[in-house]
Design a protein around this ligand. Sequence first.
Ligand code: SF4
Length: 1009
Amino acid sequence: MTRILLAPAGYGKTQFVIEQIRAILAGEPLSPVIVIVPNSIQAAGFRQRLCVSGGALGVDVHTFHTLYAEMLIRAGQPIPLLLDSVRIQLLRDIVDDLYKRGAMTHFAALRDKPGFIALLRNSIEELKRARITPDLFSDSVKGLGARLEEVAFVYSAYQDWLQKQNWADNEGRGWLAAIALASNPNLFADTRFLAVSGFDEFNPTQLAVLSLLAKRAKETVITLTGDIQNPNRSAHHRFHRAQAAIVSSLNIQPEAMESSSMLSSQIADVESSLFDDVIASGAKQSLVNGGLLHREEHPPRNDIEFVEAQTRAVEARAALRWVKARIVRDRMKLSDVAILARDLEPYRPFLEETAAEFGIPLRIVGGQPLSENPAIAAVMSLLSLPANDWTSRTLIDAWRSPYFDFSEQGIDSNFAATLDEISRTGHVSQGLSQWREAFEMWEKKKAMADEDGEMFGSIADNEHIKEKFESFVDLLTPPNRALIKEYVAFVESLIGDDMTSPNENGLNIVVNARANQSTAERDIAALSAFKDVLRGLVLAESVLDSDLLEYADFYKYLRGAVDSATFTVPAESGVFVASVLDGRGLSFEAVVLMGLSEGEFPKQEREDILLRESDRAALHLETKLHGDEATFFYQAITRGRQRLLLTRPYLAEDGQAWEPSPFWAEINRRSGDQSTVRVRGDVRLADSAEAASQVEWVESARDFDIHIKNGIEVLRARMSPKAKGIYEGDTSTGSVQGLDLSERFGASHGWSASRLESYGTCPFEFFVAHALELEPREEAEEGFDVRMLGSMLHKILEVVYNGEELTEAAEKVFATAPQDYGFRPTALWTQQQAELLRVLEKTIAELDKISQGYTPRKMEARFGMGEPSLVLHTSAGEVRLHGYIDRLDVAEDGSLRVIDYKAGSAAISATHLKEGRRLQLPIYAMAARDALGLGEVSSGFYWHIQKAEASSLKLEKFEGGVEAAFAVAVAHIGKHVTGIRAGHFEPKPPVEGCPSYCPAVAFCWRYKK
Ligand code: SF4
């Protein structure tokens, strides 16, 4: 006897099947019972419910795929299953072969694009499900154009290969199982009870197998969602098709299942009327009272709640806070609660992060994309290096990665900073030749000093970095051409042994992944899935008999396999999290349905790009545009028996208002336009009792201990985009750990003019650049920068004033400038040299004009650094200074004139000296007189080389004359040194804007353009 039983969602169809099984087995213990459910998630759910209800020994719970395999085994015709990794590689080989033979032109450009092979696989699966054989498909598409004909070539070649090898895919097993069942009347003839539950669609193979099985089983029950009394409900649209298919296949009319709703009264009300035109309340009542739809009476309460959240992140937090309340307050088990979304992917990271904060374990269905796991992303980046010509950013990131142990190569993450500097010095984008050139440039740069004698670059420990780089390259260099299994061995040797403590083999990736307890479980699961992917590639190669290939091709295959793989973190119990489609057929006490904003749910249906709608009509294939979204929504909101929370984001990522989905409006209307809770971006809650984690509790607290209160204030101040208050930039209380500034910049410290000017210009810039020794992170650019330009021009002027002719001097300096100053010349280098020569001609001519009566005395005169230092007596005590004086001239009266060359064009006035921002000129003048003992100074100015003019600041014209300028400088130097030693570093953006070379530009809250 076969029965098709219909009942709406939430009316206990699964429970009914379980009770039937238990009743039969109570009378006939161990008699064969088969249950078929749509997928492995539902199979696991069914087994669990069966267990909870008292167990039922010997019940076989199958999906159609596992049932096909079982049938073939029982028929004595087992056939190996084609694994997905082998299938992908097989299809790729077929496509490559067709392309090489000129038989693939329409898809030639797409053939190696990500996703194309998966599309082909899905289309073939669909054709097989519809029982359209390769021959039938080829005949049907003949003359319909290259697009369909090329799909037919691939399908035929794929099926030929399977038959030759005597392998089958899941759908092929279905065909064979149907044949075996038809030709062997004894197969499954002993079935006592066959139950089919939870389906909302059937394909032709399933129907064929089912109709044969149903005839053999003593009793068959097929439960479907539907309503005998209301057969055209739009919410049941998808179920109607399944019902029509099974009715016509089995030739049996459905009947109503005697049952009552297990949903709460409010959810049941919505279930019964969703998407229906308004039914007169009297008619609805009589339907309920009429006996077919028995409903348990409950006192009215808020079983359906609505939350609108500012963003998806806030929405995930609100959802999980509600989930935690169900677990803690309503005492539900973790497995009683579920979170669903039409598309789970945008919510996954927010749910994972917040669930970890709240301490709620999640069971995320469908696995997480393998390529998004940080350990796998790091491994794939590392493996991409030889395939992508050693790109600089990827290589530096690899050296910094916590997943790799390069101790055998002597590399630790500190070397990455040096390597970064080298790549920027050498303007490396990619290629080992660029890297090797960059090391030479770096060696030169290390030996360069600025005009004050301060060395460039602050990273000292780099002595063997080139050797370390070369040993890293050796380690990462794969064989030239090899088999996949050889490349896999190479990758596995890099990953290292799966040990708990480091050993000498490989990069100890597994050991490093284990080291971080908070991520270890996740990363180990991902690495294990990655190894499965590698095994799949080796298996595919051995089955497909592949040729040697280049590493770049191997990397491409591996990338494709990783991109389509997922991994699952093992969780014994947890809150079920799934897409709406994966949650179908399951039942929970409480459910959150997320993402009910426009465009999210209902999701827009799209035409298949390989088998278009017009092709489908011609081939009698099912349309892809079923309009099933309303049914999916109906299925989603009926998963929770007692409580339902509906959430949606109300702002899109671009900050624009995001309208609610029409489904949101529909359910809100059905629930009597209930009030909606709006949740904004901050964590702060109106009531601390609502807090679901320590973070939320602290954030929501009002009356705390003073220490916690102060802590919260400090945290808020730090997180505020605008700093304020008297302590801004003040490190004097010792809050900057490990920086004893008074000692470091004490009496024996040698100062340069530029360091003191840096403090005078902006104390915070000094702190970042010289106390913390951070350097600006400029991306490598071709050509010279202003510092290199200054060095070149200074050098040429020095040579010229030592007696050489300008053109010759310039030619000599320019010839070796790229190597000497460490830059990669641009295509404009020749024109730039001519332009710089013109600038120098003009500047020398103008300097000559104002040098009548002066004789050059010294160029690049050094003080300090082996020569006597300038020692000034300031308010901070003795201060020692060093530097290079660009040029000293002697006037006819024997007094000195100091000139300092500037390559930049920023104007320098007396105000700069008065404000303590420009101190170099008086320092150099005092050094010439006091440190070098060259005589009294009567004049001094900055010379702007490019403008060929002197600065408006001139020592002799300073208010009070040269001695007054010296006194002002000494006073500022005392103040600056005192401020530095005391730890006062308040940011003061210069009025003309912050200099681009300030290393704090990217993060300073006072930055001014
Ligand atoms: S960005 Fe401006 S205000 Fe900030 S430290 Fe640099 S120079 Fe000073």
